[in-house]
Write a protein that binds this ligand. Structure first.
Ligand code: NAD
Ligand code: UGA
Length: 436
């Protein structure tokens, strides 16, 4: 079986590499010439644990190739569309990349099953089918949402919780069943649904997770006023199997390329169907206010005076184990600190090029401890594992002022205080340094 994947971003590249690892012949197509040139040289354009090794292996055995030429999809049994669907200013999903890709493919895919993997509003796959028919393209059309998380993308793809396949023909059902057959050995549930159900399952899942994160952030606000500890509350809640312990980590609000855009798109298209989703609207509103709240927290901890202060920022990507800066909470938080007159230094373990482009005027350190040298305040914005392993006593020796503001709650309260830090975290009581 030959598989083509259009778009070699976080989803397309991981999907292409993993389908090749399943044993299929895969061509990954992108219209970004520089990206494809790098991939052909063996350079992985994103930070994603484990992806480089799998990619090199599958290129070497000849199952995986990269191309800018859309004609290379000829003879493919399945063509996955994995291009971006970013937010437009009114919150709706921008589908222009999907339609552009489908328009370019139409002359070459008559015998293939065209599968949309990009996250698209309900009704889009059916509209794409119509669009292809108007171009005299007879390809079958299906929708297969992708549920991988950045930073764990390879594992999520190779061992998903479920596969959802929105199909309308026996051919699409059979062909996609073959593509995912390597997962049968692991008893991964495969659900065949209508196109609309598959499309909505994706948005409903993301919105529910975004709501869960927002809920614990609101409980964290309450903890700060009533003296409870949000980590312990989350632990107590998560032990209830009906609730589950994941996505209950309080922090600076959700970011990334998906939760913010998908909650907005869900709100937008549900209203077009004449239905309001107040919980989703409140989630968006609550999360939108979260970053300003974090800035206030930082300012208060700094005595409302950051002018000329050296602030060390540990982690700027939207979460750990990725270089992705899209809609990262750091964008607003660091910006506010700079506008307030602070002098920031950043360390991020991904050495993200995106971050260096965005924070052009800010100094980047190569190591966490160096970043904190002489700092008046140290702020943790991303819960990278290596920050959890920092020797806080060594860190205390490097900073000028022992003020640690941890927006990811990565240290036990007693540990930070014992190392000599005045420790502020989220939804947990302030800890005064034991030996500042
Ligand atoms: P991305 O922006 O990282 O990658 C998209 C790629 O598509 C880019 O490389 C771009 O050059 C390419 N492209 C655009 N138009 C093209 C065309 N006409 N022909 C060929 N290539 C083209 O996007 P992403 O983060 O991988 O997300 C893709 C889709 O998957 C989105 O709808 C997103 O919501 C969804 N999704 C993303 C994730 C994630 O973790 N990032 C997870 C699940 C689902
Ligand atoms: C999310 C979903 O988890 C994936 O299933 C989905 O496929 C993907 O969106 C998508 O559609 O693109 P991702 O955005 O990579 O994946 O990252 P998450 O781990 O879900 O984190 C999203 C945001 O929520 C991050 O800013 C993260 O820091 C925050 N978060 C997450 C918390 O603040 N607390 C938590 O407990 C979990």
């Amino acid at each position: 079986m030959k598989i083509a994947v259009i778009g070699t971003g976080y989803v397309g590249l991981v999907s292409g590499v993993c389908f090749a690892e399943f044993g299929f012949n895969v061509v990954c197509v992108d219209n970004n010439v520089a990206k494809i040139a790098n991939l052909q040289k063996g350079l992985v354009p994103i930070y994603e644990p484990g992806l480089d090794v799998l990619m090199a292996k599958n290129v070497q055995v000849g199952r995986l190739t990269f191309s800018t030429d859309v004609k290379s999809v000829k003879d493919a049994d399945i063509v996955f569309i994995a291009v971006g669907t970013p937010s437009q200013s009114d919150g709706s999903a921008d589908l222009s990349y999907v339609y552009q890709a489908c328009g370019e493919l139409a002359p070459y895919i008559d015998d293939a099953v065209l599968v949309i993997k990009s996250t698209v509003p309900v009704g889009t796959t059916r509209a794409v089918k119509e669009f292809l028919r108007n171009k005299s393209c007879r390809a079958d059309v299906a929708f297969n949402p992708e549920f991988l998380k950045e930073g764990a993308a390879v594992d999520d793809f190779m061992r998903p919780d479920r596969i959802i396949l929105g199909v309308e023909s026996e051919k699409a059902k059979t062909t996609l069943s073959r593509a995912y057959r390597p997962l049968y050995a692991f008893n991964i549930p495969i659900l065949f649904t209508s196109l609309e159900t598959a499309e909505l399952s994706k948005y409903a899942s993301n919105a529910f997770l975004a709501m869960k994160v927002t809920f614990i952030n609101e409980i964290a606000n309450l903890c700060e006023s009533c003296g409870a500890d949000v980590n312990e509350v989350a632990n107590a809640m998560g032990l209830d199997k009906r609730i589950g312990d994941q996505f209950l980590q309080a922090g600076p609000g959700y970011g990334g390329s998906c939760f913010p855009k998908d909650t907005r798109a869900l709100k937008d298209f549900s209203e077009k169907f004449g239905v309001c989703l107040p919980l989703v609207s409140e989630t968006i509103k609550s999360n939108d206010g979260r970053r300003a709240k974090m800035v206030k927290k930082i300012l208060a901890a700094c005595g409302d005076n950051i002018k000329g202060k050296n602030i060390a920022i540990l982690g700027v990507t939207f979460k750990a184990n990725t270089d992705d800066m899209r809609d990262s909470p750091s964008l607003d938080i660091v910006d506010a600190l700079i506008k307030g007159g602070a002098c920031a230094t950043i360390y991020d373990p991904s050495f993200s090029d995106q971050a260096k482009q965005i924070f052009r005027d800010i100094k980047f350190s190569e190591k966490a401890y160096d970043c904190c040298d002489g700092a008046d305040a140290t702020i943790i914005l991303t819960d990278w594992p290596e920050f959890k392993a920092l020797n806080l006593r060594e860190l205390r020796r490097r900073v000028k002022n022992p003020l640690l503001i941890d927006l990811r709650n990565i240290y036990p309260l007693s540990e930070a205080a014992a190392a000599g830090f005045n420790y502020y975290s989220v939804g947990r009581p302030f800890q005064k340094a034991e030996s500042a």
